[in-house]
Design a protein around this ligand. Sequence first.
Ligand SMILES: O=c1ccn([C@@H]2O[C@H](COP(=O)(O)OP(=O)(O)O[C@H]3O[C@H](CO)[C@@H](O)[C@H](O)[C@H]3O)[C@@H](O)[C@H]2O)c(=O)[nH]1
Ligand SMILES: O=C(O)[C@H](O)COP(=O)(O)O
Length: 332
Amino acid sequence: MWHSHETASPIVEAWTTYRTGRATQWTARQLAAAKGGTGVSVVIPARDEQATIGAIVATIRRELIEKVPLVDEIVVVDSRSTDATATIARRAGARVVSQDRLTRGLPRMEGKGDALWAGLAASTGDVVAFVDGDLREFSAHFVTGLLGPLLTEADVEFVKGFYHRPLIGPASVETDGGGRVTELAARPLLNLFFPELAGFVQPLAGEYAGRRRTLERIPFVSGYGVEVGMLIDLVDLVGLDALAQVDLGERKHRHQGTEALGRMAAQIMVTAWSRMHRRGLVADPMPPSTLLTQFRRGVGDALPNLDRQIAVTDTGVTERPPLASLDRAVAA
Ligand SMILES: O=c1ccn([C@@H]2O[C@H](COP(=O)(O)OP(=O)(O)O[C@H]3O[C@H](CO)[C@@H](O)[C@H](O)[C@H]3O)[C@@H](O)[C@H]2O)c(=O)[nH]1
Ligand SMILES: O=C(O)[C@H](O)COP(=O)(O)O
């Protein structure tokens, strides 16, 4: 039994009431009529997503380009894939760009955040929707839901998706067991230090959309710090009222193992620290240690007293600057 004695802060409660929508509110046809001359891009970051990328691109192409003229371009950012992601995405009808080609000549950065920054630079739409490349049972409502508020409400700058998340194991499914980093790290952290963001149901969701004029004014944190960094930077830049969230139903994706999620959580914490520092919330100006020590059982080189191998990862993140601050000479 879940006992809750407190109520949400009035700001969060008002925002969630006023700024939460549902994908079923808008059809693709209504949005195509509403979009007028607004260019719409879908950007999909993908590292080794050959199992899912084809169906995602093909669905968007069929439903939102061929049947209804809502989306103007699909850009898949190939993020150092070693499988057939790029070929499959191209065959399904996407423009495929390479993270490394787009950032050539710039400092090398890692991970998803860098891929998204490259995707924003390579795309042209006035409104850009991002969706992850590992989604299973993908449906076009993921994109229409994210576009809904942006194409119908002039004062919305950014829309975050939310959904319920099953945790799909080899032998069983836990209905609401997914989003482990969200529940165990990101949400407690945001509630503690950025309580105005507490109303976001899925702050780490990889499905969101925004107006280019705003997205180009924020930095993109490398790796998995990108979503938390983006939410904090957006609320600082445009205010909570310009942000919205939309219920996209259910989301299934490829789950990472606990050890990898530990590194993700650390990147999220390092990112949050940088924003707390910027807001003047930290007394010690020294950056925190970004080295994460983890322990692995059943592999070679175990330390005898621990019976485990020590694995140390640098979970530090870097940042690409706001695109608007650059003299742009990036070629797709
Ligand atoms: O170096 C990378 C790593 C990932 N991806 C892609 O980014 C997407 C999401 O990555 P994934 O590893 O599947 O992340 P999740 O474990 O699903 O993590 C959740 O939490 C992350 C931290 O906020 C978000 O970035 C994710 O979108 C969100 O789904 C997928 O299309 C990946 O192929 C890249 O393009 N480059
Ligand atoms: O968003 C998250 O919290 C992480 O991606 C983990 O998600 P999962 O528990 O559904 O794998």
